[in-house]
Design a protein around this ligand. Sequence first.
Ligand code: NAD
Length: 492
Amino acid sequence: MKRYELFIDGKWCAPSSNEWFETIEPYSGQAWAEIPRATKADADHAVEAAHRAFLSPEWADMSAARRGALLRKLADLVEANADHLGRIEQRDNGKLIAEVSGQVRNVAGWFHYYAGLADKVAGSVVPMPRPDVFNYTKYEPLGVVVAITPWNSPLALNSWKMAPALAAGNTIVIKPSEFTSASLLEFAMLAEEAGFPKGVVNVVTGFGADVGDALVRHPKTAKIAFTGGEIGGRAVNEAAASDFKKVTLELGGKSPNIVFDDADMDQAVRGAVAGIFAATGQTCMAGSRLLLQDSIHDKFIERLVLLAKSARIGDPSKMETEVGPVATRPQFEKILRMIEMAKAEGARCILGGHALSGEGYGQGQFVAPTIFVDVTNEMKIAQQEVFGPVLSIIRFKDEDDAIRIANDVVFGLAAGVWTQNLHRALYCVDRIRAGTVWVNNYRSTSFATPFGGYKRSGLGREGGVEAIKEYLQVKSVWITTKPDRKNPFALG
Ligand code: NAD
């Protein structure tokens, strides 16, 4: 079995605990690698190393163009090793190889994009309301960034943080999920090969409550970029707040996917399936509430069930598989509990609603694609995130009814609108309280545009030009252009 080490200060090292834990392949249930169980001492070591690197002339004096070149080199290495990284990540989190291989190539895209942005961050010359000063602004990095990622897309969600953080001139300590650490440890080997100065990139593995918390609380940590669930997000936010640290949080969602009667039905049915059954529903942006206009409700469901039933469920390492296992045992149990909860509160299950085991289902950590109808928006199944292949279908009358239901939830991560009427689409776009709205598509993301949540779905944005500002602070510089002869006690 492969045994990994921590990557701190440019060196591979054993955890100070000298303890490792096993990482499990969700499909087979087999342990396949050993992950270092880092402690607070390792977290301190990593933040101190990242802080020294931040102040070192090698990094602090490096031109932004040169930082961009290093990021470009890393992007090329990710591209060249995409199959290897994809296979590791797929094995560790059970996602479809078809999706993971595309995602890893996209990771390279994120590094290329922010490599290009590194030397284009400009301050401004500020027109001042007085003639005797020259004022300009300049953007400066924050310091040590701690990136904390969940198990569903470790490499992708790390690149959303690391690419802008390094482009802006920060250094980073990455803490992957305890369920899926291997791909980020493999990725650290590429960061080492790319030639970042020692301490600029560090990877510390272990559990959230000990090593994650220690990284967040370290006095030299300047910013935490977190993706994960509400409990972890709140803990990170509260710990950061007590020390006035900056945070970006990407949390959960209960995103509405709204289909109007004039939608292209083929496209909308495919979009509804992609919204909830892609990635086995284990995605923050899942379209887990399908809002159907009354007049098409029954017809749409017939076609949706037909397509959902055709899903090839099984071994995620096979290119033809369409729905894979649930990534972790606790998540699998949580999904089944929530299915029972939905049944108990009166939602009617018309597809799935149970676990799958037997031949072709590995160790049996599968949940059948599940569809509930007769759901009302007040039900818990319509309000709480499942993070699994469970769809709740809710009826609506018209645009305003759809918007009311769409917004009647604590989350605001994303939404889909399916219509061929431009006015209707824009009416909804303007009124839906979510960070992303897809019109006639669902689940698209790119490095080129910001992603993040309204309401309880998070704080800040990842992606696009906007995201680099999340890793910068602005300095205002005042230069006297004419000596001052006024009373110094009354200067203002
Ligand atoms: P989680 O919150 O349990 O863990 C996420 C990460 O936080 C892990 O690395 C974990 O070790 C760490 N962590 C947990 N508690 C911590 C603490 N007190 N201090 C520091 N670190 C801590 O989430 P998960 O179960 O791995 O992932 C699933 C959740 O992530 C879902 O709820 C989903 O909605 C959310 N998610 C959101 C997005 C998004 O972009 N908004 C993307 C993917 C997943």
